[in-house]
Design a protein around this ligand. Sequence first.
Ligand code: ISJ
Length: 447
Amino acid sequence: MTSSVLPALDAGPAGEPRLVARTRLVGADELPAPADLLAQLPHGRRPEDLCAWVRDGQGVVGWGIAGRITTWGRGRFADAQAWWRAFVDRLDVDDEVGVFGSGPLAFGSFSYSAASDAGSCLVVPRVVLGHRDGRWWRTTLSPADSADPGDPGLWQGHVDPPLDPPLDHGEVAFADGALSGPAWREVVAQAVERIGAGTLEKVVLARDLLAIAERPIDPRLLLTRLASGYPRTWVFGVDGMVGATPEMLVRLERGLVTSRVLAGTIRRSGDDEHDLALAGSLARSSKDLEEHEYAVRSVAESLARHCTSMSVPESPFVLHLPNVMHLATDVAGRTRNGDTSVDLAASLHPSAAVCGTPTSTADRLIAELEGMDRGRYAGPVGWMDASGDGEWAIALRSGAMAADDPRRMRIFAGCGIVAGSDPDAELAESEAKLVPMRDALTGLLGA
Ligand SMILES: C=C(O[C@@H]1C=C(C(=O)O)C=C[C@H]1O)C(=O)O
């Protein structure tokens, strides 16, 4: 089942008015380069009007809606992609920059489960501002018969410092989501039993918390805080789904595909020397290495079907984040055919990093034990260009803004459970994984 919301630029079926996507370098002449990508997101927009994808200060941000589709069910990836292809067919692309991320873009966020009530969506912003390797560019979408829209209402891209800093939402209270911490711990214990009984090898169980703020939450504030506290993660905002994920499901650029697989986690102590010792014990932990191996295998097997050559490192490295450390493996390959980044994401999802092994058994156990709809948490989130190249991460360390109440948000965290898992340790790990969103909401992560 699919439905498309009538887009602001009157993008109807094929044959409707054509649009021009103009990409120009910023930083010359009348448009001096801004200092901070996220600070350019305009004030006063609804969360669904803002798109962001930033890592280490680089990436793309967008606002305004030139087109948008919501999809559901098993066909959610294919339907979204078919819609984007038809949209691109109506575009005259005038891209003077020609880098990864220039030209017209669609940002997207897909539900974890085909059975989810939460729609998956693609959003095509009217304005995109990009920054990579010292270059800044701007892409605007406008009706073909109009002049280049230097429209000040749409473009505030050279204001530094920004005129409209993000709004503060005041105090935040947290409440249990589907399960309380202790109830979730029991569910983990049940999963360990099932694994012990030989039903499956690994399952990833997640939990949620409800955050309630005094005033409406401005996604720009969360994005800015996450980017300052977690610069090595991909900080994203798509249609009210906001987070800072360390896990790249798939990146496709001119046939080169890469994926960063994470699984196996240890909390940081706050003491650098002790953390180094912890990193060493993580790299030697047979429980974590086993959990990691399942995740790498699931990604490598899926990618192998799409690639002519692949490189899968034999052992993982330890990725250090401010709150936790993970076992990490970067897989790379060359694609065989015309697969787009969304085709690859659809094929890789759900990897054993967020589901388990075997996939179908783990998926059923998740539905039975978690007691919640994950929505778009743990689903692919990212962007793609007109050719289908793009980046899709897994929406972890994230939260979903409530569509009907801008003061509310559901935040999520999950843990891979294997035979050797200890429910108390998993509960503590889930708390550590909630830290980025909690701190972004409470302001502990200063902007
Ligand atoms: C499911 C999450 O994280 C995943 C689970 C991990 C683990 O169990 O060690 C590590 C990284 C992610 O693949 C999450 O952060 O919510």
